[in-house]
Design a protein around this ligand. Structure first.
Ligand code: CA
Length: 252
């Protein structure tokens, strides 16, 4: 089994009062999650926490035991990938249930970006605009497509990536846990190689730094802890308009 080292850091930023992001590192399961909550008051914090805990709990159970599978099993994906996708769908249900129980939570939601490694295959699954990047042989590549209005415009050729990054509607996500009754989770399997570095992050990083700038920082330093601190520092030095969360996973 490939071994990984991981490090995460979450910061409230320079403007916001609450940090509605959260992350999870489950070294035993090789599960890594970033969630970026949204909602009035501090409700985004509740949504992202519910999602992360719900995902961790289901993945833990699904990898250990035979159990009733909650959704259709997709035979073209490995077991752990099915586990991760189902975990996110259950997390969506958990957020909806919390909203049904407490009407004041109405409108809360959260993104999820997740990475679950089994042998040499990583399941990468996400909803919303939190991202998963891979650095391999010095090249940083974004593995996920943001579920945002601006990214839809980029894909259709109406906006450039730079215009999207600073667009007034850049925060409009088109998919989130806690939104519509049905959730559509993007899932892919990645062949992982020793030396790969994966970055999971919230949009508080990617609206402040270009991909080329992130690549510069992650290739310049070895220590994961230092890279996390520098990425957060850089986002904050440019204004820190949002909560910023970074989670690095190195395959050794
Ligand atoms: Ca955010």
């Amino acid at each position: 089994m490939l071994q990984v080292k991981a490090c995460g850091l979450s910061d409230v930023g320079m403007i916001r009062i609450h940090n509605e992001d959260c992350f999870e590192i489950d070294a035993q399961r090789q599960l890594f999650v970033v969630a970026d909550g949204m909602g009035g008051h501090s409700h985004g914090e509740i949504a992202s926490r519910i999602a992360v805990e719900s995902i961790r709990e289901f993945v833990d159970r699904a990898l250990d035991q035979d159990q009733t599978w909650p959704f259709a099993y997709e035979a073209n994906f490995q077991h752990h990938s099915n586990a991760l996708k189902s975990a996110i769908r259950l997390a969506h249900n958990s957020v909806l249930t919390a909203i049904q129980r407490d009407v004041s939570l109405h409108g809360m939601g959260t993104t999820v970006a997740s990475f679950l490694l089994s042998r040499d295959t990583a399941a990468v699954a996400h909803v919303g605009d939190s991202r998963v990047y891979r650095l391999r042989e010095g090249v940083l590549e974004c593995l996920t497509q943001d579920h945002t209005w601006v990214n839809e415009q980029v894909l259709a050729g109406f906006l450039s990536e730079d215009q999207a990054r600073t667009h007034p509607l850049k925060n409009v996500v088109t998919r989130a846990l806690g939104g519509d009754a049905e959730i559509d989770v993007d899932l892919q399997e990645i062949d992982v190689e020793p030396g790969d570095l994966y970055l999971l992050c919230s949009d508080g990083l990617t609206t402040m730094l270009r991909d080329s700038e992130i690549q510069g920082l992650v290739t310049e330093h070895r220590s994961l802890d230092k890279i996390c601190r520098l990425l957060v520092q850089e986002a904050n030095s440019r204004g820190g308009l949002d909560n910023v969360t970074v989670l690095m996973v190195r395959v050794v």
